[in-house]
Design a protein around this ligand. Structure first.
Ligand code: ATP
Length: 231
């Protein structure tokens, strides 16, 4: 049960962006994909979300293919942040929450809960473009979780954030996991995943070069701190 990838491959013409990935992510686990730019993390996420079809292989959530309907159970923080700069935070979240089938009252309630939690209740009526990049990222995170997804996919959630916001977001992610959300995220940096994940997969040029528990991975690399550098 949970999220299962079986021999998942994606080719763009002759180029193999994701090469034979087989991974099981049990429900309520936090799983990290680690890899440099171009390793194939985003392409893997897009296939999980159904935005791209695998060239080969199969992806299931609780033994079922992910369909348009079940995609409502997924929350997604894309790497390219995509908020409307001219909308107020509240308008933005109402729009995105409605796309998830939520009613306005619930959206506003959830939004206020999250803004309080991020210590920025006054942002409700600010335009997105008035916020710093880090604060826009918090709003994008709220958009990804406002419908309380069962499966949350976060593409580089900590990139571009200052240390205070990294800690705020980490805490939010840990709480969501403890509430039962299955969380999959990507990062360039081991330090971001080692604190949060039980299991992870290191990708390099589309290939999962090693995956397993943090302990197993550290043993196979034979050192404590692993930083994945771009080629
Ligand atoms: P980053 O951290 O830079 O996002 P990534 O690990 O997420 O890296 P991907 O974005 O999945 O990597 O890209 C993997 C490879 O596939 C890259 O070489 C990229 O150029 C290529 N690629 C991705 N999408 C396409 C596409 N639509 N057509 C052709 N090549 C693509």
């Amino acid at each position: 049960m949970g999220l299962r990838l079986r021999h998942v491959t994606k080719r763009f013409g002759d180029f193999v962006a994701v090469d034979d990935v087989t991974i099981d992510i049990p429900e309520q686990e936090m799983f990290g994909f680690l890899g440099a730019n171009g390793a194939g993390k985003t392409t893997t996420f897009r296939m999980i979300l159904g935005l791209l079809d695998p060239t080969e292989g199969e992806i299931t959530w609780n033994n079922q293919p992910i369909t348009y309907e079940s995609s409502h159970l997924i929350g997604y923080l894309p790497e390219e942040r995509g908020l409307y700069p001219k909308l107020k935070v509240k308008e933005q979240l109402i729009y995105l929450g409605r796309l998830r089938g939520m009613d306005k009252e619930t959206i506003v309630k959830e939004m206020r809960r999250w803004l309080e939690r991020f210590k920025v209740p006054e942002y409700e009526n600010k335009k997105v473009e008035e916020l710093s990049k880090g604060n826009q990222q918090k709003i994008q995170f709220i958009a990804a979780v406002i419908h309380r997804p069962k499966l949350l996919i976060l593409d580089e959630p900590f990139s571009g954030l200052d240390p205070v916001n990294v800690e705020l977001l980490k805490k939010a992610v840990i709480d969501l996991k403890n509430e039962g959300t299955t969380i999959v995220f990507s990062s360039h940096r081991m330090e971001h995943v080692e604190e949060l994940c039980e299991h992870l997969c290191i990708m390099h040029r589309g290939k999962p070069i090693v995956h397993g528990s943090l302990k197993e991975i550290k043993r196979s690399f034979g050192k404590k701190n692993i930083i994945i550098h771009a080629d």
